[in-house]
Design a protein around this ligand. Structure first.
Ligand code: EPU
Length: 337
């Protein structure tokens, strides 16, 4: 266990914040030992995965635990389906690539998402027409109170848009240890309905795409507009796309004929990136923080010297101006600490 430990390398925003104590655990037994110790000291806990969805606004006066559980295993279910299980500390994109190398389908639309496997169920990660709930079978978690291992199936996880039980009722109660997905091994279902994928495949001159082609298209799209956290600190989309009542959307449509929306019964999901851009934030920098010039939904540590507090304050300015112009309250997608 280390003391006064800098978490800068463990959050993709690259902000400085210190943990009073820090430990890296490589197995479930080590994790349980650590938790027993933490319980006896009544230390607050912070679990670190890939650090790609967290904003540290202050030092952490407790024990930060970096989950380093590694390993991928698989079991054929039938002629066309395989159950692949990855431990929480596996890097998400490397996991996706290892499945694609074996020609296992289902994860290709989720290529290049930053973070680790263990945090993917927390917010039901999603991109380009797929969410992990589409291929999720179950996850094993450690109950922090009983220190027993439990299994959460699809239903128990209560997945929603960027949401799950782990962000709601189960918040702070479990650590995800491993996740299992059902993937296809021979006949794949190809998802190209997301507009940007279609046009990227056209650019690549591909008419009959394989799962590897879809992955390539998604990687190209992401690289063309999302900043690489290794180069510019960021945590992907900072806000969720808001869902507003249809009547509110129709009012806005009269005032802003270009507004886009994806209707779902009496509600409409509106792209937050568009709202933020309309408020003049795209590419705008204040001090060390900016809204990305190609995707205004992504807030960046523009100089590399931003503090978490500065990033948080910048996000509040965005929320205020979107509220004022459109009457819509944006929700932060990133976990604030
Ligand atoms: N848009 C603008 N201006 C902007 C950004 C976007 O007008 O500055 C418009 C685009 O033109 C497009 C619409 O907004 O018509 C949607 O944009 P995009 O396809 O880039 O997707 P998004 O809704 O901004 C969501 C996810 C991303 C995911 C993409 C692709 C959320 C909060 N974000 O972004 O997820 O990669 O769709 O599926 O749902 C993440 O969660 O970190 C993330 C990157």
């Amino acid at each position: 266990m280390q003391e006064n430990f800098s978490l800068k390398p463990f959050n993709t925003f690259g902000v400085e914040a210190k943990a009073k104590y820090f430990i890296e655990v490589n197995s479930v037994d080590e994790l349980i030992e650590t938790l027993k110790h933490a319980h006896s000291q009544t230390l607050p806990l912070l679990f670190l995965g890939g650090g790609s969805n967290i904003l540290l606004t202050k030092d952490f006066d407790g024990l930060a635990i970096k989950l380093n559980l590694k390993g991928i295993s698989e079991k054929a279910l039938n002629e066309n389906e395989v159950l692949v299980t990855a431990k929480a500390g596996e890097n998400w994109h490397e996991f996706v690539m290892s499945c694609l190398n074996k020609n296992y389908g289902g994860l290709e639309n989720l290529s290049l998402i930053p973070g680790n496997v263990g945090t993917s169920p927390m917010q039901n990660v999603g991109a380009y027409g797929t969410e992990i709930k589409d291929i999720f079978v179950d996850c094993k978690v450690l109950n922090l109170e009983t220190l027993e291992i439990e299994t959460f199936n699809l239903e128990k996880c209560r997945f929603g848009y960027r949401d799950s039980i782990f962000k709601q009722k189960g918040k702070g109660k479990y650590v995800i240890l491993e996740v299992s997905f059902k993937l296809t091994s021979k006949i794949h279902s190809i998802k190209t309905e997301y507009g940007a994928i279609k046009s990227e495949l056209e650019n690549l001159g591909i008419t009959n795409p394989t799962i590897q082609d879809i992955s390539k298209a998604v990687i190209n799209i992401r690289q063309s507009k999302l900043p690489d956290p290794k180069e510019i600190g960021n945590a992907g989309s900072f806000f969720k796309n808001p869902t507003i009542p249809l009547a509110h959307f129709e009012n806005l449509k009269e005032q802003f004929p270009n507004i886009q929306g994806y209707p779902n019964e009496n509600f409409v999901k509106v792209p937050a990136g568009w709202l933020i851009e309309q408020c003049g934030w795209k590419g705008k920098q204040i001090g060390n923080v900016a809204s990305h010039k190609l995707q205004s939904l992504v807030i960046i540590n523009a100089t590399g010297n931003a503090t978490g507090k500065e990033i948080f304050d910048f996000s509040t300015l965005i929320i205020d101006s979107v509220k004022e112009k459109f009457g819509i309250e944006l929700d932060r997608e990133v976990n604030i600490l």
